[in-house]
Design a protein around this ligand. Structure first.
Ligand code: DGP
Length: 114
């Protein structure tokens, strides 16, 4: 999608600090980190949000979690604990309409859903 900021990061048109890339996904550091490790794991295919996922996206979404697991180990936060978040819709705080998994860790986190 031409006006999508994450599509532009995936294509390299907007610079980012990439930490992983393969044929299905790109992972890069969040521009406004909320934790010592804050990585966004994004499918290369444009999908607006969880609301429009199709059954043919299931393996792709599963792959995002496999990449998250690898990156958590690489970042040294696998044992200490980390959080995976997918905001869906404005009310949940989704600001970029290209589905993404937040990988957050590296500091103690309170149990909060709000
Ligand atoms: P969300 O609120 O769940 O839609 O998360 C969007 C995240 O994307 C937010 O934490 C900030 C990050 N972000 C927005 N624009 C850019 C950008 O241009 N580069 C990078 N690296 N991150 C961005």
């Amino acid at each position: 999608m031409t006006d999508c900021i994450f599509c532009k990061i995936i294509s390299g048109d907007i610079p980012s600090t990439n930490v992983y890339k393969d044929g299905q996904t790109t992972a890069f550091r969040d521009i406004n980190p909320a934790a010592p490790t804050h990585i966004l794991i994004v499918p290369n295919k444009h999908i607006d949000s969880v609301n429009v996922l199709g059954s043919d996206d299931e393996s792709l979404i599963g792959h995002l979690f496999t990449v998250a697991k690898q990156l958590a180990a690489q970042e040294g936060i696998a044992d200490g604990g980390y959080r995976l978040i997918v905001n869906t819709g404005e009310g949940a705080g989704q600001t970029v309409p290209h589905i993404h998994l937040h990988l957050l860790g590296g500091a103690p986190m309170k149990h909060s859903m709000g």
